[in-house]
Design a protein around this ligand. Structure first.
Ligand code: PLP
Length: 435
């Protein structure tokens, strides 16, 4: 290894230079907090290019990537067919602010693939998708209150930046500065995996609840695989009380099965939010439900929602190309095989580290705490953060890029091969000695 400093900062000179400049003109130098490497220490690596499962930084160093831009790149970096089609679409104009054919095609595909969905509308991020789905739910039910679960992330809209209140059945408090109490006072926060808490809340105020939003396979605070019975109970109780169930499938949509977690688990929500994979690397989100529920949206109905760049032809083409390749190559079967291989190779290593390997399809999480895989955020001890730093830095030095936080999951793509998984296992083994 070249230029390894005494500290655990393995970033090259060019990355350090760029980060220095960035910190003057961008808060903490980054456009999204986790990128600042605060949870693992050191300087963020500045990336310049990617091909398949490999990324290359501004200093010319290559890494095997298990972050894949946090999920969108399910075909790998710079997939030739996606790039070619995006290039062709771009040559005809980036955006018109009018309807276009690719948006119709992508909507048809999503509606075909996702259980119970009749209509979708496009936005430009997952944050907008969940925010808009909640607005639709409130408009459709005429109710204000919503419920989310602790440990689930749904983007950064005000109403969702909320922590549980102190009482048994209380509504939430802002978890971020800049969010007025009034904006979160209509959001209740429940623990995952807790039927009793769910029932208590619905008994108390079920008739006021517009919607419950959940990541059906929570993947933003570790990988908290739920009991299917809990999701079924959620389906039942929302239906009984006339509340809508929203699945946030921004990570799981088109990844864990063609029709997302709803398809995989056999639980159909009233509304679903998409992002990440559906844009194939371009900024795309979508939300949808039955034609009846979606008819509250302007100009059909009274709920306003809009976007200058929503459904633009280049972004829609990236999503379509991604789904085309996935269907043609039986992606879901391949990703499951790859994930299963990874689980087999990594589980013993994770156990030797005193933890476990948690996996669902092509999503995986190195859980550095002993015992059963946690199902709630509260069950993850904060002792996992410290040992992860050393593992992350050791992997980075060995040319393997895992997420820069112990709480983030890893992503496999169609571009990953058995050799990549072997290399991850070897590097983890070497890293084990550093903790
Ligand atoms: C990433 C993510 C979001 C937010 O999407 P952005 O495109 O980052 O706004 C929402 N929900 C889930 C489950 C996500 O993983």
């Amino acid at each position: 290894m070249t230029e390894v400093s005494q500290s655990t900062d393995y970033a090259g000179q060019r990355s350090q230079e760029l980060y220095g400049r960035a910190q003057r003109v961008i808060p903490a130098g980054v456009s999204s907090p986790v990128r600042a490497f605060r949870a693992v220490g050191g300087t963020p690596i500045y990336l310049e290019s990617g091909r398949g499962s490999t990324i290359t930084d501004a200093d010319g160093r290559s890494y095997l990537d298990f972050v894949m831009s946090w999920g969108p790149l399910i075909l790998g970096h710079a997939h030739p067919e996606v790039i070619e089609r995006v290039r062709a679409a771009a040559a005809d104009g980036l955006t018109f602010g009018t309807p276009c054919a690719p948006e119709v095609e992508l909507a048809e595909r999503i509606v075909d693939l996702y259980p119970g969905l009749e209509q979708v509308r496009f936005v430009s991020s997952g944050t907008e998708a969940t925010m808009s789905a909640l607005r639709v739910a409130r408009a459709a039910t005429g109710r204000d209150r919503i419920v989310k679960f602790s440990g689930c992330y749904h983007g950064h809209s005000d109403q969702l930046l909320v922590a549980a209140g102190s009482g048994l059945v209380t509504f939430g408090e802002p978890s971020s500065a800049g969010v007025p109490d009034a904006f979160t006072s209509q959001t209740a926060v429940l623990p995952l995996d807790d039927d009793a808490a769910l029932e208590a809340l619905f008994n108390e105020c079920g008739r006021d609840i517009a919607a419950v939003i959940i990541e059906p396979i929570p993947a933003n605070n570790g990988l908290l695989i739920q009991r299917t019975a809990f999701l079924q109970r959620l389906r039942e109780i929302t239906r009984q009380h006339g509340s809508l169930l929203i699945f946030d499938e921004v990570i799981t949509g088109f990844r864990v099965a063609p029709g997302g977690a709803a398809d995989l688990l056999g639980v159909t929500p009233d509304l679903a939010a998409f992002g990440k994979v559906i844009g194939g690397g371009m900024p795309v989100g979508a939300f949808g439900g039955s034609a009846e529920v979606m008819s509250v949206l302007a100009p059909l109905g009274p709920a306003y929602q809009a976007g200058t760049l929503s459904g633009n032809p280049v972004a829609m083409t990236a999503g379509l190309a991604t789904l085309d390749v996935m269907e043609r190559e039986h992606a879901w079967k391949q990703l499951e095989a790859l994930g299963s291989d990874l689980e087999q190779r990594l589980s013993p290593i994770a156990a030797e580290m005193g933890g476990s390997l948690v996996r669902q399809g092509s999503l995986f999480w190195l859980n550095l705490a002993p015992g059963e895989a946690p199902r709630t955020a509260e069950a993850i001890p904060d002792t996992i953060a410290e040992p992860y730093k050393a593992i992350f830095q050791s992997l980075l030095q060995q040319g393997v890029y895992l997420a820069p936080s112990a709480y983030e999951v890893g992503f496999l793509s169609l571009a990953h091969e058995t050799a990549d998984i072997e290399r991850l296992a070897q590097s983890l083994n070497a890293a084990r000695d550093s903790i």
